[in-house]
Design a protein around this ligand. Structure first.
Ligand SMILES: Cc1ncc(COP(=O)(O)O)c(C=O)c1O
Length: 480
């Protein structure tokens, strides 16, 4: 990896990658990483509420790599948090957006249709996980789409309460924050949030205070039992509008929902007229080896939310439901100035085309098998440090052991420590990957590193990333 003199200095002075436990640095603590970047002095004028995992200015991106102003070239295993799934600046997607810029940029959704909006619906309809999903609303961000889905559920059921999952992440706006249960940081100090939200555990051994060897069926029955209790003790079915769930828990630790659990939720929803909202913001658009992760279970969503990979970096999200439900909405009750932007929709049309034309799903499945094999080999080599390798497709995580014990987050409830395990393994490993030229993220309140490489990544680049990760793990294990 090439480093400028000032970047090397920053690294030596230990501020090059100043990661806190959540792997994010404050803008106020940023150090200048390039002599040439006089712009960086304005980083002091960026809100402290934002954090980032690298120093410097990202100036360009091509395929699986990004470059910084000081010449650093990094292999990108974050995809901008699961967004640039077909690689940075995919030529066909960028061209579709550029062409659209020369036609019309802003054909506001309450003024008129624009062509890319309707073309996108035409392309999405055949890939929906259930043919009943035939009524779309496009917005900008995942959080906005979550808000719209909650509003839709409340409006069409006439009920108020929402059930969400422990460990869920749905965004940082007020409704989305209310159904987010992955970290307190997102809503700490800003209550009251949207009322009427209830939580059940997601079938993940951590949330049941267990160890990774607890059987899936035991986890599922525990969680469905908790749902049953919730509906008898806290929120009556007749007051409950929706259950919202990510088919692969993202910020909660990259945990695929077991099919039996999703089927159980579907059965409860059917019994009580509750709507099932499937949030595919992170898991959708081929990320997990199918167009949508919910396809693994065959469960029908009543409402499904998409964003991120949908437009490969252009801001676009979508809520899809069935006309039978959305016909109950009053025209004008949904909308937004920038909702369903024409340039973003044109980019999304090119994304769907590229997914078909470039056989992206078969690449995801081939690279996924290679990634799992490489990560499982690391687990075998370091059994007391690596607790778990999990995920689906190219949404994969490695969980490290924590000194607090396998079933605990806080020392107060820690099981006795069995092995000498290093503290904060996930953020330390991620930091070392970054130093070696690969962008990678942690996730959850546990010691988890997540892999979100481009879906069209080559065999060579995937191998390179796995190798960087292995070296980083070995270094942290050596350091203790
Ligand atoms: C599952 C899920 N839902 C919703 C969101 C919120 O999306 P956005 O950040 O675009 O508002 C995210 C973002 O990471 C997500 O992963």
């Amino acid at each position: 990896m090439f480093l400028t003199r000032s970047a090397r200095l920053c690294r030596q002075s230990n501020v090059f990658f100043p990661l806190c436990s959540s792997q994010v640095s404050s803008s106020r603590t940023m150090a200048t990483s390039s002599d040439s970047s006089s712009l960086l002095k304005y980083s002091r004028n960026v809100t402290n509420g934002l954090g980032r995992i690298t120093e410097g200015i990202m100036t360009s991106g091509k395929g699986s790599y990004v470059e910084y102003d000081d010449g650093r070239k990094m292999l990108d295993f974050t995809c901008g948090i699961g967004v640039t799934s077909l690689g940075h600046c995919h030529p066909k997607i960028s061209k579709a957006a550029a062409d659209q810029c020369m036609n019309i940029v802003h054909a506001q959704c309450s003024i008129a249709f624009h062509e890319p909006y309707l073309k996108l619906i035409k392309k999405l309809l055949p890939i929906m996980p259930d043919p009943s999903l035939d009524s779309f609303f496009f917005w900008n961000s995942g959080s906005e789409a979550v808000e719209a889905s909650l509003k839709l559920a409340r409006t069409v059921t006439g009920r108020q309460n929402i059930i969400c999952m422990q460990g869920a992440y749905h965004g940082r706006t007020f409704g989305a924050m209310a159904v987010t249960r992955s970290k307190t940081i997102y809503s700490k100090g800003v209550a009251p949030l949207m009322p009427g939200v209830f939580t059940i555990p997601f079938p993940f051994w951590h949330q049941l205070g267990e160890t990774p060897d607890l059987s899936e069926s035991a986890q599922v029955s525990q969680c469905l039992y908790q749902l049953d209790l919730l509906l008898s003790q806290q929120t009556a079915p007749s007051d409950t509008a929706a259950i919202i769930i990510e088919p692969v828990l993202g910020e909660g630790g990259y945990v695929p929902a077991p099919t039996a659990f999703l089927k159980g939720l579907r059965a409860v929803c059917d019994k009580h007229g509750i709507l099932l909202i499937i949030d595919e913001v992170q898991s959708g658009f081929s990320r997990t080896g199918k167009f949508f992760a919910i396809e693994y279970s065959g469960v029908r969503p009543d409402i499904m939310i998409m964003a991120k990979g949908l437009a490969n970096g252009f801001p676009l999200s979508a809520v899809v439901s069935r006309t039978e439900l959305t016909d109950k909405l009053t025209p004008g009750s949904m909308g937004g100035t920038y909702a369903g932007n024409a340039v973003s929709c044109a980019a999304a049309c090119a994304v769907v085309d590229a997914m078909h034309e470039e056989n992206v799903l078969s690449n995801v499945n081939a690279r996924s098998a290679e990634l799992f094999s490489a990560l499982n080999a690391i687990k075998t080599a370091h059994p007391s440090h690596v607790l778990d390798v999990r995920g689906q497709g190219l949404m994969v995580a490695v969980e490290f052991a924590s000194p607090a014990g396998p079933g605990a987050v806080h020392d107060a409830v820690a099981a006795p420590r069995e092995a000498a395990v290093a503290a904060q393994m996930a953020s330390r490993v991620a930091k070392k990957c970054i130093e070696r030229g690969m962008l990678i993220l942690t996730t959850s309140v546990y010691e988890v590193v997540r892999f979100i490489p481009p879906l069209n990544i080559t065999k060579e680049d995937l191998k390179k990333g796995a190798e960087i990760f292995r070296e980083a793990v070995e270094e942290v294990v050596r350091e203790g």
